[in-house]
Design a protein around this ligand. Sequence first.
Ligand code: C2E
Ligand code: MG
Ligand code: MG
Length: 492
Amino acid sequence: KNGDTLYGVVGISISYTECNEPEYLIAQVIDITDRKRVEEQLIHDALHDSLTGLPNRSFLIQQMNQLLTYRERNPDYQFAVIMIDVDRFKRINDSLGHITGDQLLIAIANLLTRRVQASDTVARLGGDEFAILMQRVTDTNQVIQLAEAVQQDLELPFSLVGHEVVTSASLGIVFSQPEYHHGGELLRDADIAMYRAKANGRSCYELFNKDMHIQAMQLLKLEADLQQALERQEFVAYYQPIIDLAAGELVGFEALIRWQHPKRGLVPPNDFIPLAEDNGLIVPIGAWILQESCRQIHAWRQVSDCADHLQISVNLSSRQFRESHFLDHVDAILASAQIPGHCLKLELTERILMQDTDSMINLLHELKKRQIQLSIDDFGTGFSSLNYLHQFPIDTLKIDKSFVQQIDTKNRKSGIVAAIVQLAEALSLNVIAEGIETQEQVSYLRQLNCEFGQGYLFARPLPAADATELLLANRHWPLGEVEVQESLRVNS
Ligand code: C2E
Ligand code: MG
Ligand code: MG
């Protein structure tokens, strides 16, 4: 009577007389409105996100599947997906709490919904990831304009209860192409493009292209190969000499890992160490290079008298440092290689020291008790809190090559190098300049009284046999007027 819709189940049965003649019908109507509403709610819930009320990933995939089917019959029809990931959302969540984090997600959902056409779909894929499905795309610019508008919207400060929050987003864009048969494939590629945008420094968008897919597949393959590289003994240690800049003498080597890949050849560490840090393989790989370097210095101590004072520097990643058995492991390696602690120098990054916890400080002191030397690698490029310099038992600063390479005769923009050398002197730390490539750089560093140096001018990282030869030859670098061997000259 009041115009509401009710759902009912109607059942009709026939009533018969004694002579089995149909006499009348009995109609029964059962009101199932409540049951129907619950069903609809369940379907809605399965396809929507409870926090923002937006369609979820399943909904979006279903919708894309329908559009892909439609597209088979209408090849001119185009649609696009923009994947949106809020930059550093985790930090907002961790620092301001989950309630504020949730408020931000709801505010973003509202903003995106207001920005799109009625025929477009805004979905929340999970966490801080959203997507826009844009229908009836006639040209690429239309999508790019929407992406740029969304990006600008998200860079404006959000006023949430009690907080003003500033954020940004990285976007990945993919267009419907004939080779797509399932909505999941579009999401996968939008995701790859979005990660590329993040890698390009965040707060930007990237259009998916096939090369990105190929690269993503290569990365997956690389990761699978990396899993097996240890068993197949494909890692190799190279050793780069470290020179006393006053005397021109060899004082040690830095061990630098290489991967002898069966197909790709010698892979440099920057191509696989970050990957190994992400997936945890850095722990066994790091253990291998530590053990190999200690074994090598023991071998050198056996064959050369000059090796008594020689030190081997090994790079550590923060993940290794956090392992609970790290110290036991170091002890075991020193014992099995039969070398005293002072022969080993561990290169830490400023990032490791940022985890300024009691257990980490304890660990540093335990390493010092064993006379293991500690050095800060790439000094000046990290978070540069000078606080840790007097707080932690550090022996050496390694001046990053980016500073050393600013030294040139015409324009001595080397104030930073001079400042680091002075800082080291004031704190009684050793200092090593990395990446020395020219005579000017070495002369200037010597003027500054920088004690040690390392770089292509002296030698590139060498295979163990070449490093042994150099050690046995008792090689001396006449630094007064450094002679640079043609084979060592930098040509790149
Ligand atoms: P790093 O520890 O700062 O090592 C110095 C890098 O500078 C090395 O690159 C070295 O070959 C390069 N280099 C040395 N002299 C010169 C020079 O004169 N000019 C220039 N342009 N470069 C020079 P490499 O071997 O490619 O290693 C890159 C980074 O990979 C290392 O930087 C280190 O952070 C990491 N790495 C290498 N081996 C290991 C390892 O066993 N474990 C861990 N966790 N990281 C490693
Ligand atoms: Mg290093
Ligand atoms: Mg370095």
